[in-house]
Ligand binder design. Structure first.
Ligand SMILES: Cc1ncc(COP(=O)(O)O)c(C=O)c1O
Length: 352
């Protein structure tokens, strides 16, 4: 605290990201990173770009990257926005499209950055409870609102809403923007991107942090009607002209072009998830159905906080949220087969 702080800063409650430990040799299953490195083509592109040209500013519009994303999804470049990770795009979306007199609606259990942005941008919000089985019920969103926002699959539950339900939501809600945060969609979900041409109020946000193994490079994108994208560009160009540096632009283009590597690694993660779920269930855990690169689990007889601590003592870190309704759950990132094997062994010892 300081008397030099603005009143806005006094009111903030910043987001606390999952721990990035300094210690090596930890099994890190706490922030949903990809256990496999980026495509070799990304590393090659980065090496080439690490040259004298770094003295020059990057393309402020990252045109080549927008073209690559547009081509991949059958869109026009003016339907694509790119940013420094999807968190930055979410922030611009709050400012550009969700800041209205009526409340923004999002699930009571969801990505915990959403209420943080609401406080930063002074956006009123209403949390819509998930069902008992932690599902989004589309009918619950049929009410006047200043916008609707949810991740699909949801985080931290991993549960997926079918695209047909998203379409129903859009049909019932054409007066405000519906934002689908598809950070984890590549691990078993179906994207809402094909609905964009039919619904000018749909914005879909994706990231290269998870399925493309580039959390460290910070690249995300949003796609939607050109008018929604223009709103994001107006905010971005009033904030930072160059959110993506030269390395990020070429690395992201290379990652998007290497579809074979993308398919190989995501299929590996999906296979590992299936095995992990089976082993966790054998140990007595309840595991919510997951379409993401993490699982959300609870044990009927073990306190989640205690389990998390005991795993940490064995050099394995998972995520435990001290939030109402989910304090007995752990969110566990799907790591390599070996990492998940070590997790299961550790849990077996703790539970015996
Ligand atoms: C639901 C969801 N949305 C967005 C993000 C942000 O991802 P990034 O800023 O790395 O693109 C995350 C990160 O964990 C997430 O879980």
């Amino acid at each position: 605290m300081s008397r030099f702080w603005s009143s806005a800063v006094h009111r903030l409650t910043p987001y606390v990201p999952g721990e990035q430990p300094k210690l090596l040799n930890l099994i890190k299953l706490n922030t949903n990173e990809n256990p496999y490195g980026p495509s070799p083509k990304v590393l090659e592109a980065l090496r080439k770009e690490a040259a004298d040209t770094l003295r020059l500013y990057p393309d402020p519009n990252a045109e080549r990257l927008k073209e690559a994303i547009a081509e991949q999804h059958g869109l026009k470049p003016e339907q694509v926005f790119v940013g420094n990770g999807s968190d930055e795009i979410l922030a611009h979306t709050f400012q550009a499209l969700l800041r209205h007199p009526m409340s923004l609606l999002f699930p009571d259990i969801t990505y915990s950055f959403y209420p943080v942005y609401c406080r930063l941008y002074d956006v009123d919000y209403e949390e819509i409870p998930l069902t008992e089985s932690f599902e989004i019920r589309p009918e619950d969103y049929n009410k006047p609102n200043g916008g609707i926002l949810f991740p699909n699959p949801n985080a931290p539950t991993g549960r997926l809403l079918p695209v047909s339900s998203i379409e129903t939501m859009l049909r019932n809600n054409n007066e405000s923007v519906v934002v689908v945060d598809e950070a984890y969609v590549d691990f078993g979900g179906e994207s809402a991107i094909p609905l964009i041409d039919a619904f000018p109020n749909l914005l879909v946000i994706q990231t290269l942090s998870k399925s493309r193994s580039l959390a460290g490079l910070r690249v995300g994108f949003a796609v939607g009607d050109a008018a929604l994208i223009e709103a994001l560009e107006r905010v971005k160009n009033s904030f930072n002209s160059y959110p993506l540096d030269r390395l990020a632009i070429v690395g992201a283009i290379a990652a998007i072009s290497d579809q074979a590597y993308f398919n190989e690694t995501r299929e590996r993660i999906i296979r590992t998830r299936t095995n992990l779920v089976e082993h966790l269930e054998n140990l007595g855990f309840e595991v919510l159905p997951s379409a993401a690169n993490f699982v959300f689990v609870r044990h009927p007889r073990q306190d989640a906080g205690e389990l998390s601590k005991q795993l940490r003592d064995r050099s394995i870190i998972v995520r435990h949220f001290r939030h109402p309704r989910i304090e007995q759950f752990l969110r566990i990132t799907v790591g390599t087969e070996a990492e998940c094997g070590a997790l299961i062994e550790a849990l077996r010892k703790i539970l015996q």
